[in-house]
Ligand binder design. Sequence first.
Ligand code: SAM
Length: 247
Amino acid sequence: ENALYVVATPIGNLGDITLRALETLRGVDLVACEDTRHARHLLDHHGIKVPTLALHQHNENEAAEKLIRLLGEGKRVALVSDAGTPGVSDPGARAVAAVRAAGFRVIPLPGPNAAIAAMSAAGLADQRFLFAGFLPAKVGARKTAIAQLAAVDAALVFYEAPHRVMETVAELVALLQPQREIVIARELTKLFEQIERMPLPVAPAWLAADANHQRGEFVLVVSAPPAREGMDAETERVLAALLTELP
Ligand code: SAM
């Protein structure tokens, strides 16, 4: 079927690719990818000889036009990013929107995603969570963003780069309640994978304790804020009262 197939690819371990992803990549006419060299590496690894087209944040609109032209000619196109799920803190969303607006089908092939992998091993997964992705790079904007998230009644999931992880964690400690816990998940699915759960205020010392703790790719999961007993009891009382009024 001529459609845009949005294909999740490994976040480290090359084995993390689905049978359906491989079958689809083999069957398409073109693979649109964030970085052609990166995609070539994955395709070569599986002996797949499909042409590639660069689609990154600087050419996403033009590349989308090309995809739409090809889809119009009845071609099948796949979209991959450098790692994990396209469109999640990665290019793809604009191209997908354009393809959908042009009336073509977009078919997701689910697979690796760093946030979900971290959540699944964090032990906080029975709570609500908010995927915050990367915080702003500028200090002021970053602090504002964290301060706004502080009030959200859910676990928070962040992506962070190694050169900024110390700074970000220090700001989380400064701006979030000290009763919250953090799971630091680094190098997921890779050789030096590490997933550590600790009280949030302890995290800066844990990172500083070993240079290796600051290396690699990070997902930070912060548990939901502690329940405010008083308000919850009041909310419950009001809810109970309202429920008796409902038909
Ligand atoms: N699209 C990807 C996904 O579905 O997870 C995310 C791409 S984003 C540009 C890259 C960020 O994701 C990294 O800076 C890191 O925060 C996180 N990440 C990706 N791979 C990871 C891994 N193996 N371990 C921990 N975090 C990872």
